[in-house]
Write a protein that binds this ligand. Structure first.
Ligand SMILES: [Zn+2]
Length: 138
């Protein structure tokens, strides 16, 4: 697969960067190489996302593959970002009873999993509820 030069040049590991089409103004995440609307006339460029959005739907996961077993149960949500794209993310720092569709969330950079013997730690984005009320002890 051809990777556009701008994509390789962006230090995207710690930022939430998608692409924006300068022709139709739609924003995509994960980044795309071709705008599905405009095809050849599309002009895609990197676009930094705010990381804020709302819960579009969610489900609680009670069983799963080994990678996430230690975190069960966890809440998996589809987040609609304020720029439009929908992303799937694990919710962090909350109990499933607190979660409602439409809740405001922000994507945060967190440890996803740790691999056994090598101790390689994988990082990625998780979603955290943006609470209107301050939490006790916070
Ligand atoms: Zn387009």
């Amino acid at each position: 697969m051809h990777v556009p030069r701008f994509w390789r040049e962006i230090p995207n590991r710690y930022g939430l960067v998608g692409t924006r089409c300068g022709h139709c103004n739609r924003i995509f995440f994960p980044p795309r190489a071709i705008c599905p609307n405009c095809r050849r006339v599309g002009q895609l460029e990197p676009y930094r996302l705010s990381g804020r959005g709302r819960i579009y739907s969610f489900t609680t996961v009670y069983s799963g593959p080994g990678d996430f077993r230690e975190q069960i149960p966890y809440v998996l949500a589809i987040v609609e970002l304020e720029e439009g794209p929908r992303v799937m993310a694990q919710l962090t720092d909350c109990q499933e009873e607190e979660v409602r569709i439409g809740d405001e969330v922000e994507l945060v950079f967190r440890r996803i999993k740790e691999e056994g013997e090598e101790g390689i730690i994988h990082y990625g984005f998780k979603a955290r509820l943006v609470r209107a009320r301050p939490q006790p002890g916070a």
